[in-house]
Design a protein around this ligand. Structure first.
Ligand SMILES: [Ca+2]
Ligand SMILES: [Ca+2]
Length: 457
């Protein structure tokens, strides 16, 4: 419990227990600070230097603070405190650059062209957008700050659209010309972590306009980032049911895995496999870093049944305490790029456990879960696994680099991180949020273990 013995926010002299952050102002001079505090917080921002500070902005009711007129390149200090003594808790602070310019796709005529099936989503921001239109979406007559995209409908006449918006919004599809638009279909605040909304009955080759706008809330409007992806609706996701254990998190007394990371709000809300060696850019995410019952994120792959070196699809998913691998709120992982009737090998990766491949290829959707807790279900058998209780196997812990080889390089990661607490770190073999000798013990017995060639990086 840090006591507030330093600067007192002008707006709340009773503020207590402060923590400090710094940021360098972007060239725009406009930022938005979000605390996601689970207690009554107080935000204050200062210029100057420690001991000689000037308060330049504050919100005594916390959660959110927008600032403008900052000096680009200058260092500023954020003080996050409890509203008064004893008001303390968790937070997850973030800061956005609020571009001062009107977005280039502020109106229909300047809509950004999207390519259906593009590998990456298209980013934009509606912070400074206006609402020039006389038309209104039937999903929200009072939406504001709209930005525009357009695409040409594929021959299937179906698309999935994921707006990627991180604020409460309405997505509306229009047809016609910008001067005379008619509504095709709309969706109120589609959840960005879901697979997408299906828009059906489109005319092949026709141009459609997608309007994304901030929806009216009881207290006003929220604005923010979007990252829009349009995929061909004829690509049907197929559900993979999959069960596995991680050695480091397995508890033989309960036959379940621990959930320390989510219990302690350490689980990232966006999938963590967007860095080397995985470089998976998917936008899979969850609403809360304390999602109940989750052990960690995993990365699932489908491989060709004729050549297990060929990756057909990848998706990050959640591993639950009972071993189920699933999209949030589902009983399996909806995998893309699946051909009906075709068989695939399944590869399961975890960021600090040794990756495995299924012994057999399977057809999706599978009724009975592929059970990778059984060594005969895994290519290479028991040698690729850890026996964690009678008849139950788990992925081997200790591959802190995720490259498929447990080596001294992994020990070096442990040595570099040892004694860190309350973090989401690669050397956390037992997934408790701390780097201790317990993690060394999760590495040492498995040192020199090597994954199958097709799953090594
Ligand atoms: Ca390694
Ligand atoms: Ca640990």
């Amino acid at each position: 419990m840090p006591l507030l013995t330093d600067s007192i926010p002008q707006g709340n002299s009773r503020a207590d227990a402060s923590v400090w952050f710094t940021f360098v102002s972007p060239a725009s001079g406009k930022v938005a600070i979000h605390t996601e505090a689970d207690f009554a917080d107080n935000i204050a921002v200062y210029s100057g230097s420690c001991g000689a500070m000037t308060e330049i902005g504050a919100n005594a009711f916390g959660q959110h603070l927008e600032l403008s007129g900052l000096t680009g390149g200058e260092l500023y200090y954020i003080q996050l405190s409890g509203f008064f003594s004893g008001i303390e808790g968790n937070y997850c602070i973030s800061i956005d650059n609020l571009n001062s310019a009107t977005p280039t796709n502020d109106d229909c005529a300047s809509a950004t062209l999207l390519s259906v099936g593009a590998a990456d989503c298209t980013p934009a921001n509606n912070q400074q957008a206006t609402y020039n239109e006389t038309i209104h979406s039937s999903c929200d007559l009072f939406a504001t700050a709209s930005i525009w995209f357009k695409f040409n409908a594929p021959t299937s006449g179906k698309v999935y659209i994921n707006t990627g918006a991180d604020f409460v919004h309405t997505a509306t599809l229009w047809q016609g010309t910008c001067a005379a638009l008619s509504e095709v279909q709309c969706a109120y605040n589609p959840y960005r972590c879901d697979d997408s909304v299906l828009f059906d009955g489109l005319v092949s080759g026709q141009t459609y306009y997608l309007q994304i706008a901030s929806s009216k809330m009881p207290f006003g409007y929220l604005y923010g980032d979007v990252c829009v992806r349009v995929t061909n609706g004829n690509i049907i996701n197929q559900r993979l049911k999959l069960t596995a254990y991680l050695q480091g998190a397995y508890d033989a007394t309960t036959n379940r895995m621990t959930t320390h990371l989510s219990d302690n709000y350490l689980l990232p809300t966006s999938q963590p496999y967007d860095a080397a060696p995985w470089n998976y850019t998917g936008t899979n995410c969850i609403a809360s870093n304390g999602e109940t019952g989750v052990t960690d994120w995993v990365l699932v792959e489908l491989r060709s049944s004729s050549d297990p070196n060929i990756v057909i699809a990848r998706k990050a998913a959640l591993l639950y305490a009972d071993g189920m691998v699933a999209d949030y709120g589902k009983n399996g992982v909806d995998m893309p790029n699946v051909v009906i009737g075709a068989a695939y090998y399944v590869v399961l990766r975890h960021r600090n456990h040794l990756a495995v491949r299924s012994a057999n290829s399977i057809i999706l959707p599978n009724e009975n879960a592929l059970d990778l807790t059984q060594s005969n279900a895994v290519a290479g058998g028991a040698a690729q696994m850890a026996l964690v209780s009678s008849g139950r196997y788990a992925l081997l812990s200790g591959d802190f680099s995720g490259n498929g080889v447990i080596s001294v390089a992994d020990y070096n990661s442990y040595a570099a991180q040892v004694a860190a607490i309350n973090q989401y770190l690669s050397a956390d073999a037992n997934l408790d949020g701390h780097i201790t000798v317990a993690d060394f013990n999760g590495y040492a017995p498995n040192a020199s273990k090597i994954a199958l060639p097709e799953v090594r990086y």
